[in-house]
Write a protein that binds this ligand. Sequence first.
Ligand code: NAD
Length: 315
Amino acid sequence: MEEKILVTPKSFKNYRHKAYPLLEEKGYKIIENTFGRTMTEQEITELAREGVVGIIVGVDPLPGAVLEQLKDLKAISKYGVGMDNIDLDRAAELGIKVKNATGTNNVSVAELAIALMFAMARKIPYHSAEVKNGGWNRSIGFELTGKKLGLVGCGQIGREVAKRARGLEMEVSVYDPYFRDDGFLSQYNVSRIDSLDELLSGSDIISLHLPATPDTKKMINAETIGLMKPNAILINTSRGELVDEDALYEALASGRIAGAAQDVFSSEPPAKDEKLLKLDNFMLTPHIGAFTGEAVEKMALVSTRNLLEMLGHKE
Ligand code: NAD
């Protein structure tokens, strides 16, 4: 039987000339996502039901019900970091190995988080639209320098954000109960706060850098937003599921907090009539955090090498 690899991420094609030869020289046939969008469960099942031993996956869904039908599947290599689209428990039960490409896109996502902070502070989307519409009105902004930045999650991305924010002379605090590297905190003069409530209530800007799990789902909700300062800005480049979007809408529409910028949403793309998109103090980018030439190249190569390693090939 010819062994096949399914490659689902759309942006992988930019670097397939470097990645595919690594798979082909081991004798694998490559099948691609030809839909030009995230694949559905049914499409994945149909394409990978037989002969597919490995999948390089983006954000396409791999729940237990799909994994159970892919009878030759041995390994899933995540092209990126967040693995919330994969049923990790079921994969383990089925003996399917899973690995993510950690550390490949942390700089790109961190730079986007900082960009979103500036975009909100200086209302860049509003001002750009104003001029393009023939106007010249100005809405007053604020400096990031000296502001208190609260990071929820201090992993690969959170740490890169912290370093850059310190370069901007922001005061940086982190809440991450699992983070142990005190050397990092002292090197960059970052403080640790052991209570999420305290971090939320003391920060001017709150930026989320943690995975979406059953425990963290909707961690930003009416109650936790209620702790935030009225001038607070929320930045979310992690996952839409972390935020209760109805509660966020209420808070932004009523002016309870000043603004929010996200690169992710509970359903991507959002519905055309999504109410948050009608607000001037909300901005959304289309999941571009890792979408840079640098990150895409690293994700393509690292996810390919990870897959080969899981399939038992040595470098
Ligand atoms: P990481 O695993 O290096 O770091 C995650 C950190 O979150 C860890 O330090 C962990 O201890 C911490 N954490 C876990 N649960 C927590 C909790 N309840 N409270 C506080 N901290 C908690 O991952 P990373 O590379 O920094 O990525 C973070 C997230 O960013 C990913 O899970 C992914 O969802 C998202 N992401 C988005 C994009 C994008 O394109 N927008 C790209 C890459 C990653």
